[in-house]
Design a protein around this ligand. Sequence first.
Ligand SMILES: Cc1ncc(COP(=O)(O)O)c(C=O)c1O
Length: 362
Amino acid sequence: MTERIFNFGAGPAVLPEPVLEEAQRDLMALPDVGMSVLEISHRSKTFDEIIGGCEADIRRLAGIPSDYRVLFLQGGASLQFSMVPMNLLPAGGRADYIVTGSWSKKAVKEAQKSGTVQIACTTEADNFNRIPAQTELRLDPSAAYVHFTSNETIHGVEWKTEPKTGSVPLVCDASSDIFSRPIEVGRYALIYAGAQKNLGPSGVTLVIIRSDLLERVPKNLPTMLDYRVQAENKSLYNTPPVFGVYIMRLVVKWLLDRGGLEGIGRENAAKAGSLYDALDASGGYYRPHARPDSRSHMNVAFRLPSEDLEKKFVAEARASKLDGLKGHRSVGGIRASLYNAFPKAGVEALVSFLKEFARKNG
Ligand SMILES: Cc1ncc(COP(=O)(O)O)c(C=O)c1O
């Protein structure tokens, strides 16, 4: 078999090996079906079982209450930046947005095209290195909803608990930390996530929405952008991302087998903890971007003493089979993404590599 290297990429990202193996084994023909999952009809009994099974397993994994709908959409999390306000922000209404990094900024930019956006808080003055305290949020009790980004993939800051919004519906972009730890879905009105970090391949977006919000959806939205149409048609109004849903189903099964969200949450905390410990023990050679209380378990962003050293670090790491460590082009530096499927052995390899790099280049 072709050798696999450690993939620290931010997304699309590493998938569990048992998932890739099963998909590879069954790619020519699904057992007892005789056709590839890439070839079957989305209206077939086989796909019914795949999408129904995927939803049932997601419900079990995250303990999703029965008054929530689970949707499998397309257009990425970026389309949700538009769909959320189109569906949930009534004419003349206002929505509160909490801005903690580049992704929440993008969400604001799209929402502004649909209606009035209020910035409840922004940490931009601190270069997005922290999650705000509850007391910093200027929340409007009559807002249509509050939007936040549970994990900022580029800046590597992550909420430890949800912002408290009273009776105002809470909407979350969870693209880069969904199902990485236990979640109480009942606290949210809507959760969305592009699949390509923790859930599967790109091309499918998971949306979990409380049913009563569907009543707010205005009439005459473009059909494909209407949550109510998608819910009424069980995500099958048109051809859904069949392969993406199939892989997501395998990933969710893998998570259930691994001890569910409690189990994976412990593993993720341990993986990220050992990397941050190594950075903190470097005597300032490596400087994590996020403040300690806001550090992401999914994306560990840090700097070296100079940009030249950062370039050298990325190139030498790549040669040592540690790939995808270059920080996002907008902030530079190094970023190690440690999603659910990223193995502990890869973190250990990076920790040894970075100790040796600092010793040689200190
Ligand atoms: C937090 C967050 N939100 C939104 C997006 C955009 O996702 P997509 O490429 O699926 O539109 C990303 C992509 O990296 C992300 O990390």
